[in-house]
Write a protein that binds this ligand. Sequence first.
Ligand SMILES: C[S@@+](CC[C@H](N)C(=O)[O-])C[C@H]1O[C@@H](n2cnc3c(N)ncnc32)[C@H](O)[C@@H]1O
Ligand code: SF4
Length: 463
Amino acid sequence: MSHSLIWDSSLIARYDRPGPRYTSYPTAIQFDSHFSEERFRNAIQKSAQTNKPLSLYFHIPFCDTVCFYCGCNKIVTRHRDRAEPYLELLFKEMAMYAQLLGYKPRVEQLHLGGGTPTFLNQEQLARLMAEADKHFELVFDQPSDYSIEIDPREADWAMMGQLRDLGFNRVSLGVQDFDENVQRAVNRIQPKAMTESVIEAARVLNFNSINIDLIYGLPLQTVDSFLDTVDQTIELAPDRLSVFNYAHLPHRFMPQRRIREQDLPSPQEKLRIMELTTQRLIEAGYVHIGMDHFALPDDDLAVAQAAGVLHRNFQGYTTHGHCDLIAMGVSSISQIGDTFAQNHPDMDNYTTAVNTGLLPIYRGLQSSREDQLRAHVIRRLICDFKLNFNDLEAEYGINFSTHFATEIQQLQEMIEDGLLTIDACGTGLEVQPHGRLLIRNICMVFDQYLPTTQDQPRFSRII
Ligand SMILES: C[S@@+](CC[C@H](N)C(=O)[O-])C[C@H]1O[C@@H](n2cnc3c(N)ncnc32)[C@H](O)[C@@H]1O
Ligand code: SF4
């Protein structure tokens, strides 16, 4: 498959509109608050009979200070003692799942996200992993992925050493921008030496993979300043890179109100930043995986994409799509087969539910056969940039051109604009270099729920 992409500013500007990132289909806003806890219990028990491997996610919501741009589910507090009671809740939640499953499933993937997972101290992290080990079969050999999000301001060599000893083999570092003025404007002072030290530790300690998060569109960023950040990042040679578009939604995220609108780069500047960033990363040897993600060609994501086995779920792009995902902690989202469930996003409801012995389900969804078909289409498009109609027809017993007649019509404008092609025999669809950066728009055509939700300012824009 060709990884080439062509940047066409006029096309991108024309198609740019808010859209989902499709870490699931249907997306989380379709989840139903009437979805019962009992229903999710049933889904887990049913899945337990299939002996599927697991992916575990733990959400640690605490952060020591607030970064003004942040759109994550977090609790900003200096009170480190808040970690202890939260850990107890995670242990109770874990025990509930273990009891429901009735055996110790193999955990192929484990991820600690946040907030800031290293808000937990070394002893607390060790207890969290020991508790997981008690209930599940943790496997640390390849190809297991045990990863953790690291805020370099919160980690040192001792912490990195302990994480490696606990079995973590991948790290993702929040950097965002190396420019001091930008860092001041977003209240995240992170000298480059801090980031370098954590990366050096990860290399010396033989972590398999290092990811760096950057954000473009932050206040006081210019084309030149961000390219400087990109150049400095390339020098650090991370295996993977996420380059997120800053989603400025101050009506939803209070801290963003502290960002001065006049300091934000203009849409034209953002477009130029992303164009030159993409170009520079590709010149430096990175592969564009899709949806803000880049990886070195020998990284597992790039290898899986080339082999057509890449997957996408709430953890983003992943090579563990065959696992059930059990996510614990406030706001986290689980996926068991085709059933989704999200935990309460607020601490009070989450605490009450767990303490009364209930899975803390806030909302969920059992996807229909039609949802599953469309999820398959969207997943293959977003992961492979192509779609084989025959595979779908065989698996779902449909005729693609009749089932998706309206969608094919809707794709015509994109076909004329060169974003994708449908082959002459009508057996497949392929996204073209002009369409790679607009993959969300192509997926949106297959999203049945969008007409009622697309105009809501819930989604970030594409660029
Ligand atoms: C949970 S944070 C990473 C871990 C750790 N808390 C840190 O900041 O280093 C996940 C990532 O989400 C991204 N992010 C947060 N808010 C964002 C926003 N409003 N728009 C785009 N990306 C955002 C950042 O790149 C951040 O590194
Ligand atoms: S970016 Fe990370 S450290 Fe900053 S507020 Fe968000 S979750 Fe916390």
